[in-house]
Design a protein around this ligand. Structure first.
Ligand code: HT7
Ligand code: ZN
Length: 855
């Protein structure tokens, strides 16, 4: 497949200020007529080139006249045009019900919907499918009224009426020029939960969340989140909504979480539907975050869009940063930061350390949908966060205002954004730009010396970033590090928090008047997305975990203490559990601590994160070390876990409030430790919670504990769960996923059996991810000796590639991590990558991922 390079960018030869689309909708064959007003962009002689994907036009008119002098260059329609402005009309026939890739126009649950980002519009009609061609869209749809009573598209509704043969039509117009990746339509049998929102300038916007009628009661949370997000964006970023309607449609078959189409967001139903019986607190939180994310794109993505797909992080990194700020404002900001850093470490750090590493502004790609990655999204958000930290809140807001103002209605670049940060603040970000061009996670070593005699403490910092594919040498990054010193004996603050810019390979910072032995608190709030290597002792980490006044740093100290202990256990075969037990005890006993924070702080780092710290991962040794520490924590703190469990088991019915969420979280965590201790009644306690639960958080928490344990009660619980929810696809996904994530010895076999279960299907991305995706990230099960896990994943990727290459390619990365494992495992993993590559008819999506993984 061809490699697309950022340096080859050329502005479009032809612009399309207006397009009128006419859809004669039918799941078997839909006829699409497109009328494009095209304008030559400069004095060149090149033909008009319109992207397609697999279609041939059934009709081409130029300026109203039939035109036969067109040609196909592969999938691209080429037409020579004499003048500088023409009207081009094309007609194509497409087949939504055969569209298993879920890109373009496709059928889901009997309805028709579209997904155009990144390059799906070309599967609908011929068009310059690139984000810097912005057009005003008029859309007319005609469909069978009974099957498709609701007809929605971008923008505002203009007119509707009856057509012949039981059909009806509707017209929509979007006054805002947009790239074609933001085009959307939906035709279906849907009902709306409606509300209004009055914007800051007093305009009333009609809101609608469209779902199957039976699901309407599950849309309240999403609707409330939308209203909250609209108000938040006005307050925090000064951004007002601009159309008269804002619609969201939920569909069951979707390649991603959701899509920000102008005025008509389309969502994976898992990010809309929630009630206490079927959705966990984490689901509720994710729904609010994704609803907010897609809404925020109306400005960061839609009003200001991307010049080309290399600039994807311009909209995605910034919008993730915005949705993280929104979520932080809805509950515990400290817990939100912990969760965001956990996600970054689980998904992005391994990407940056592996064969698929790329900068947040990549230089090349074969298939752009492979670049909707944790690097573009989550690391991209961290890069924006660093600029916000460096600028400070007022300058940052002035700079984002400037950015929205200056680039409204245009297709911008990451550099345009950084330039606005510079103009708005007067700060030179020249060197900071390395964050856009260099991949890899910097490592910062921090050593603190103290001379008691002179009262001087010296902090020696050094940064280095390992080579990544195509980038053997790295320039130093600008790292905004928040620092503070505490007195190791008194616990008193020995310095104020300071923001130190590490922009050279090494730097020394001196602190005077330090009369007490200092303890270093560094990268507070995770101010830079780096790995800190410090020589802090267990005692110092234990001290910080109890005394640091930055909640993230406090959490981090505990995590580091736990990691050091687990790494020692794996590499030396022994470790002293006492400091961790002590630190966890103090956290549980501290009455001043927020329970939501405490529940996160006492959790051990995941198996995979422990594995990431090792030269070579030994999954069984990691599992054993982690289980041994969990067991000791469970046993030694048994009384505390029991009382934490009892205190958190408040009476009364479900409420979704920060305090109630914290209690449920603590209950699940405590239950996990009670089970880890080997207590005889653990399975009974879990089963009782499972049966008595009036909400999914408690029910799934108990099920997870049982499914990780040895008791036969897990079989009963799984059956009860399955029978209760057999008609609810989103909950059945949890049933598959919980088993695929189990730490039991028999998980590979259980997963293989589940893949033959009548409810399993690769055609639905949520289901495929819930089993195949979850299994791939279960370090212990996936890497069990013998390679059955690798074969399982490869078999399913090969099968899935034929239906839905995008989803298949997203699930490949666990196989690409072979360099991190012993030669026996590495050989088996590589053999599966080679088998994938040898598959006839492989998609370019899977080819790119597999071939880069072998390089
Ligand atoms: N901007 C959206 C990306 C997206 C997508 C990308 C590839 C294939 C299917 C997709 N569906 C949605 C989602 C977002 O970041 O908001
Ligand atoms: Zn997004």
């Amino acid at each position: 497949p061809a490699v697309i390079r950022r340096e080859d960018y050329q502005p479009p030869d032809w612009l399309v200020p207006d397009i009128a689309l006419d859809f004669d909708l039918d799941p078997a064959t839909t006829r699409v007529t497109a009328v494009l007003d095209v304008v030559r962009s400069s004095a060149h002689g090149r033909p008009l080139r319109l992207d397609g994907d697999g279609q041939v036009p059934t009709k081409v008119l130029v300026d109203g006249n039939p035109h036969n002098d067109w040609r196909m260059d592969g999938d691209t329609l080429e037409i020579d045009l004499p003048g500088s402005e023409h009207r081009i009309e094309t007609e194509v026939a497409i087949h939504p019900d055969r569209n298993t890739q879920l890109m373009g126009l496709y059928a889901s649950g009997g309805n028709l919907c579209t997904q155009c980002e990144a390059e799906g519009f070309r599967r609908i009609t011929f068009f310059p499918d690139r984000p810097d061609v912005l057009a005003r869209y008029s859309v007319r749809m005609t469909a069978d009224r009974k099957r498709f009573p609701v007809l929605l598209a971008n923008g505002d509704p203009i007119a509707s009426g009856d057509a012949e043969d039981g059909r009806h039509w509707a017209e929509w117009r979007d006054p805002f020029p947009k790239p074609c990746y933001l085009f959307a339509l939906v035709a279906g049998d849907l009902s709306a939960n409606r509300a209004t929102f009055t914007t800051m300038s007093g305009r009333e916007v009609q809101l609608g969340i469209w779902v199957r009628a039976a699901d309407l009661p599950k849309t309240e949370h999403a609707l409330a989140a939308l209203q909250t997000a609209m108000a938040w964006d006005e307050r925090v970023y000064g951004r007002e909504y601009d159309l008269d309607v804002f619609n969201i449609v939920a569909v069951d078959d979707f390649n991603f979480g959701a899509m920000e189409n102008k005025g008509l967001n389309i969502f994976n139903s898992r990010y809309i539907l929630a009630d206490p019986d079927t959705a966990t607190d984490a689901d509720y939180d994710a729904i609010a975050a994704v609803v907010a994310h897609e809404y925020f794109h109306n400005w960061s993505g839609n009003r200001v869009t991307c010049r080309d797909w290399f600039q994807l992080s311009l909209k995605e990194g910034f919008t993730v940063f915005r949705d993280q700020g929104f979520s932080a404002d809805q509950g515990s900001a400290a817990v939100k930061r912990i969760e965001d850093v956990r996600t970054l470490r689980a998904a992005q750090f391994p990407e940056d350390a592996g064969p698929l590493a790329h900068p947040i502004r990549p230089d090349s790609y074969m298939e752009i949908s492979n670049f909707y990655t944790a690097t573009i999204y989550n690391k991209g958000a961290e890069v924006i966060r660093m600029m916000a930290t460096i600028l400070g809140p007022d300058s940052f807001r002035a700079s984002t205002d400037l950015y929205f103002d200056r680039y409204d209605g245009t297709a911008a670049t990451c550099d345009d954004f950084v330039r606005c940060m510079e103009f708005g603040s007067g700060i030179d970000l020249t060197q900071f730009r390395h964050w856009y061009s260099q991949a890899g996670t910097p490592r910062v070593s921090a050593a603190l010396d103290h001379d008691a005699g002179s009262g001087r403490a010296t902090l020696r910092l050094a940064q280095r970033t390992a080579p990544t594919p195509g980038q053997p040498d790295k320039e130093p990054f600008v790292l905004p590090l928040k620092l503070k010193l505490f007195g190791g004996e008194t616990g008193a603050a020995l310095s104020n928090e300071q923001l130190f810019m590490l922009d050279r390979p090494t730097a020394d910072i001196t602190f005077d008047g330090v009369t007490e032995r200092p303890v270093l608190s560094i990268n507070r709030g995770f101010s830079a997305p780096v790995i800190i290597e410090s020589d802090r002792s267990s005692a110092d980490l234990k001290f910080l975990s109890a005394h640091d006044d930055d909640p993230f740093a406090r959490y981090e100290a505990m995590q580091q203490l736990m990691l050091d202990t687990l790494v020692a256990a794996v590499t030396l075969g022994r470790a002293d559990h006492e400091p961790v037990i002590d630190a966890v005890r103090r956290t549980l006993e501290d009455p001043a601590l927020d329970r939501a924070f405490a529940a996160e702080a006492v959790l051990l780092p995941s198996d995979s994160f422990v594995g990431d710290q090792l030269e070579m991962v030994d999954p069984e040794a990691v599992f054993r070390a982690r289980e041994a520490l969990r067991r000791d924590l469970g046993k030694h703190l048994a009384g505390l876990w029991r009382s934490a469990y009892a205190n958190a088991s408040q009476a009364g019915t479900f409420v979704y409030s920060p305090a109630a969420k914290a209690a449920r979280r603590m209950r699940s965590v405590a239950l996990g430790y009670i089970a880890a201790s080997g207590a005889e009644d653990a399975a009974d306690v879990a089963f009782a919670q499972f049966e008595a639960a009036d909400n999914m958080t408690d029910r799934q928490g108990a099920l997870t504990t049982l499914v990780n344990g040895k008791s036969d009660k897990r079989i009963a619980a799984l059956d009860i769960f399955y029978n209760r929810y057999s008609g609810d696809a989103l909950v059945l996904d949890k049933w598959f996923q919980t088993q695929a994530l189990s730490m039991r010895d028999d998980t590979p076999q259980v997963v293989a059996d589940l893949a033959r279960h009548p409810d399993f299907s690769l055609a639905n991305p949520n289901r495929a991810r819930s089993l195949v995706g979850a299994f791939g990230v279960n370090q212990r099960a996936f890497h069990m000796a013998g390679g059955a896990g690798y074969r399982f994943l490869a078999d399913h990727l090969i099968a899935l590639d034929k239906l839905n290459p995008q989803t298949a390619a997203k699930l490949l990365p666990p196989l690409g991590r072979w360099r991190r494992f012993d030669p026996a495992r590495a050989t088996l993993m590589k053999a599966e990558l080679e088998r994938i590559l040898a598959t006839p008819g492989l998609s370019k999506d899977l080819f790119e991922q597999a071939s880069k993984s072998l390089e």
